[in-house]
Design a protein around this ligand. Structure first.
Ligand SMILES: [Fe+2]
Length: 327
């Protein structure tokens, strides 16, 4: 196989917009339990960030009658990189055009995946301006550690469900320069999952097969602790406040990360990451492919198995997705 020259135009996942039918309860979950803060409210949206997120927003909660993904916001490496990616995306036919800006960022190119998940990419961002009383003595930390909840440190990744994983993966690879670090192939032909990144992290985005055949659904957003103990700490908090823990704490084989999955009150799945797993610095990394033979260890390296709903539930939930498809 020939070595494919990497594209270094996408720098990071900058923010995620999530829909919630109960914005106050969803915001309360992220603020009071996960220690995040509200940076702005406008219209039906609330913009939030974790204490080590450097930009004005890493999460936006927007009112809709059903939960789901609004969009993913990617930051380019430069203004020139933004122009290059916009052209490449446009050539795929999946571009939606430019917007002048939105809260927390400037001019952005909007596009969708082959499955319809919405994305945007931009260069200009608004950095978080910390109030005097919240400043840290660490000059490399945008805000001191909050005292409420068990505070997550930063946005880590998103996981989307797609009716065609290979098409979605191929789009992120070819149009945006993501590299596929791990994937799952079942029956020798069906790609059931792919983990992709633009950095040494194993993934900034993962894509799982939506067995229902629905398009454009959302699996989860993940925030990072960096210290496994925090999963036990927040587990106590969740259990005492009626937050449903779906799985974990446990360790995935894929990515080798320590995880916990819970449902925020709006119905979206949220992952808390106890650490980052392993990092990839090899520029010629070859995708590691899991199959039926070893997948059990891939999903759960150790800890209790994840329930069946982990592979089936996404937002919006199925009756809604089916109804939307029938419209
Ligand atoms: Fe995840």
């Amino acid at each position: 196989m020939t070595y494919k020259e990497p594209i270094h135009d996408v720098a990071q996942l900058a923010h995620v917009e999530m829909y919630s039918p109960d914005v106050d309860a969803t915001v309360g979950f992220f603020r009071d339990l996960l220690g995040m803060s509200v940076t702005a409210r406008e219209g039906n949206s609330v913009h939030m960030r974790a204490y080590e997120d450097f930009y004005a927003r890493s999460l936006t909660i927007t009112y809709r009658d059903k939960p789901g993904l609004g969009h993913m916001g990617w930051r380019s490496f430069s203004p020139q990189a933004l122009e290059r990616r916009a052209k490449a995306i446009e050539a795929t036919g999946l571009g939606k055009g430019w917007i002048e800006g939105d809260f927390g960022h400037g001019r952005a190119y909007v596009f969708q995946t082959p499955d319809g998940h919405m994305n945007r990419i931009f260069w200009d961002v608004e950095y978080f301006q910390c109030a005097e009383e919240d400043l840290s003595c660490l000059i490399n930390r945008p805000q001191r550690r909050p005292l409420h909840g068990v505070p997550v440190r930063r946005l880590d990744h998103v996981n989307i469900m797609a009716s065609d994983v290979s098409a979605t993966r191929g789009f992120y690879e070819d149009a945006l320069g993501f590299r596929t670090r791990e994937n799952i192939i079942l029956g020798g032909e069906v790609e059931a999952g792919a983990w992709m990144s633009v950095s040494p992290q194993v993934h900034e985005i993962a894509c799982m097969l939506d067995r229902s055949g629905s398009k454009g659904r959302f699996h989860h957003v993940a925030f990072w602790y960096g210290a496994p103990q925090h999963l036990s700490d927040i587990g106590d908090v969740f259990a005492e406040r009626g937050i449903k823990v779906e799985a974990g704490p446990g360790k995935h084989g894929i990515s080798q990360a320590l995880f916990m999955y819970v449902y925020e009150p709006g119905g979206n799945r949220v992952e808390l990451f106890g650490d980052s797993g392993y990092l990839i610095h090899d520029p010629a990394w070859k995708t590691r492919t899991w199959t039926e033979e070893n997948l059990d260890r891939g999903i759960i390296f150790y800890g209790s198995p994840v329930p069946q709903e982990f592979f089936l539930y996404g937002t919006p939930d199925l009756p809604t997705a089916a109804a939307a498809a029938a419209e």
